[in-house]
Design a protein around this ligand. Structure first.
Ligand SMILES: [Zn+2]
Length: 120
């Protein structure tokens, strides 16, 4: 994806997000200053939103074709987006590594879910 798209590149998309996608936490409507276009790949746009009321940050995708634009919420934060956007796809070795880790893990599984991801 390209980087550092400006809102002026697609003001119609930003208006559509403002009109149709409220903050997932407090339901407040975004303003144009709260929406930032991050990237675009063909018909897929990535936008960062930040709620000025509750402070929640999120990444939205928008799939645009000739007739429709469909916004899609993600559970990614902007920091996670920055971290994973250039990561290679998950491969068989990753799955085997996770399988081996889970096989050897003897603790409470819910503890794994609360741990932050390791940096590497
Ligand atoms: Zn909010």
């Amino acid at each position: 994806m390209n980087s550092s798209k400006s809102n002026s590149e697609n003001p119609a998309l930003v208006r559509l997000i403002i009109a149709n996608v409220p903050c997932a936490i407090c339901q407040r409507r975004y303003s144009s200053r709260d929406v930032r276009v991050l990237d675009r790949r063909d018909h897929l746009w990535a936008l960062a939103v930040k709620c000025r009321i509750c402070g929640t940050e999120a990444i939205l995708f928008a799939v645009m074709n000739d007739k429709t634009t469909r916004p899609i919420r993600t559970d990614l934060t902007p920091n996670e987006w920055a971290r994973f956007r250039h990561a290679p796809p998950i491969n068989e070795d990753d799955v085997i590594l996770l399988h081996d880790h889970l096989q050897a893990y003897t603790g409470d599984f819910s503890e794994i879910m609360d741990e932050p991801l390791p940096d590497d």
